[in-house]
Design a protein around this ligand. Structure first.
Ligand SMILES: [Cu+2]
Length: 500
């Protein structure tokens, strides 16, 4: 297991970090940055809540919470929890004591009634990543700030025609997103119904939620928080790639069986370039970023940036214990471990039967924007200054009070996302926009034949991506940003307004 500097983080010394921590508080004295001190009691207050110890990790397992009669009524309590990774003590920020937070299941047309109870010693809030819902009031509003000790009630109306697939939730308070997600605050949010789009023999297949993230993540967390007490005992050789909070879990499948795997990168930064564990059996992608594809496509590997999700069908071959691993990207973008899980293949079903029914299309509304009327063309430049931790869009850093652009409801725009960074020190920036999904039109000038809409796309270093974004159904203020959350926290985000 290699311990490496994360790609999104600059190479700076501890002295510079400490100096910056001071600078942060004195220069950015807005409501968004608070000086805090930690006490040892913060770390143990909720330790007693823990149950169901897992191998190598003793945080609780995520519970499944389902909507009932059209309403998902639940509470998320954000708090410190003590636990262990590889037997080493680690302090985490968790929802309801579990790593990751509870898995929330909803249906199109449902309403979410959710209390976010902030038992941290700093402000937080909540983002419903991948949701096409109102960004206003107490819906998917990332400009809300919930102070420590306070409760915020969220009401989210999910439209009846909402796309179905795997989404997720996490804090999104500017300057706090990276450290809070790094410390453990994220969970799956599944819009149910995907199996119903499959051919009959596949409608009841076994589903595996595979929520992946490095944990604990990076000591820099401590310094961005101006804390003298290390929160996460990181860079000690005990950082691991976790799946549903477990280190190297077992996934059971029968030889010849087809399963639905919900692959989700719910970590703050790294790319997870995953490879099908079954030779000759690629991943068949049926939804990307919580959006069913128009055309099922297949590949042996999928490079999943932070924030992205792929719902795939996969058919087991072989027998015994097969490692499910990542492909090596580079020392900067890889997770801590290459091993994701062990797939335990047992018995023998007739493989051919299942493989034959893998669909080529899904009965889902195609919203191809190829022939859309374009209301405006824009260029968004991404640029990094690692020395000073300044990450900008069109040479500006995020200001919650500055509306960078206004878009007209009901129109489609075409944006060229340009990554001005250069190798060897530059890096890719995964672009993510809230409220509306987009269609990728080209990557580095080469036409891209989209299989559906998505909410996150990797903008390669020195390259560009052209996307078309429809502004449908909702007015209000929302944001787009780089999904290396460290970059987002240090400026690479814009607020925009959708107007009538
Ligand atoms: Cu970035």
């Amino acid at each position: 297991m290699g311990i490496m500097r994360k790609r999104g983080l600059p190479l700076v010394s501890f002295v510079a970090l400490a100096a910056f921590a001071g600078l942060l508080v004195s220069n950015i004295g807005t409501t968004y940055v608070q000086k805090r001190t930690f006490q040892s009691s913060d770390f143990n207050a909720f330790a007693k809540d823990q149950s169901s110890p897992l191998a190598g990790m003793n945080f609780s397992k995520p519970k499944d919470v389902w909507s009932k009669d059209g309403i998902l009524r639940t509470s998320l309590v954000a708090a410190f929890h003590s636990g262990k990774v590889d037997g080493q003590p680690v302090t985490a920020m968790l929802y309801n004591g579990s790593l990751p937070g509870p898995t929330l299941h909803v249906y199109p047309g449902d309403r979410i009634e959710l209390n976010l109870i902030n038992n941290l010693n700093e402000s937080t809030n909540l983002h419903f990543h991948g949701f096409h819902v109102s960004p206003a009031n107490n819906s998917d509003n990332v400009l809300l700030e919930i102070p420590p000790g306070k409760t915020q009630h969220y009401t989210v109306d999910i439209p009846i025609d909402h796309p179905i697939g795997t989404d997720w939730y996490h804090p999104h308070l500017h300057h706090f997103t990276y450290p809070q997600v790094s410390a453990g605050l994220s969970g799956l949010l599944i819009v149910e119904g995907l199996q119903k789009l499959l051919p009959k023999p596949l409608q009841n297949i076994t589903t595996q939620n595979i929520a992946m993230r490095d944990f604990p993540f990076d000591q820099l967390y401590v310094y961005t928080h101006n804390s003298i007490v290390p929160l996460s005992n990181t860079n000690t050789g005990h950082e691991r790639l976790t799946v549903n909070g477990e280190v190297n879990p077992t996934i059971n499948i029968t030889s010849g069986e087809t399963q639905l795997w919900r692959l989700a990168n719910i970590g703050p930064e790294n790319w997870l370039h995953v490879r099908s564990p079954f030779p000759g059996q690629p991943f068949h992608v049926i939804a990307q970023d919580g959006y069913p594809v128009w055309q099922v496509w297949s590949n042996d590997t999928l490079n999943i940036p932070s924030g992205s999700r792929f719902d795939v069908l996969v058919t087991a071959t072989g027998n015994g214990s097969i490692p499910f691993t990542t492909v090596k990207n580079s020392s900067y973008t890889d997770p801590y471990d290459n091993l994701i899980a062990i797939v335990n293949v047992q018995g023998n079903l007739e493989a051919v039967e299942h493989v034959n029914v893998i669909p080529t299309t899904l009965p889902y509304l195609k919203k191809d924007l190829n022939n859309a009327t374009i209301a405006a063309h824009r260029v968004i430049n991404f640029s990094s200054n690692d020395r000073d931790w300044i990450y900008g869009l069109n040479n500006k850093t995020f200001n919650p009070n500055r509306i960078a652009e206004k878009f007209k409801l009901g129109t489609v725009e075409e944006w060229k996302l340009v990554n001005l960074d250069k190798l060897p020190i530059g890096f890719d920036h995964p672009f993510h926009i809230h409220t509306n999904d987009f269609q990728v039109m080209s990557i580095n000038g080469r036409p891209y034949h989209a299989h559906g809409l998505q909410d996150t796309v990797n903008v390669p270093v020195g390259g560009n991506v052209v996307v078309r974004i429809p502004f449908n159904d909702y007015v209000g203020i929302s944001v787009y940003h780089c999904h290396l959350l460290f970059h987002e926290d240090y400026g690479m985000m814009n607020a925009f307004e959708i107007v009538k």
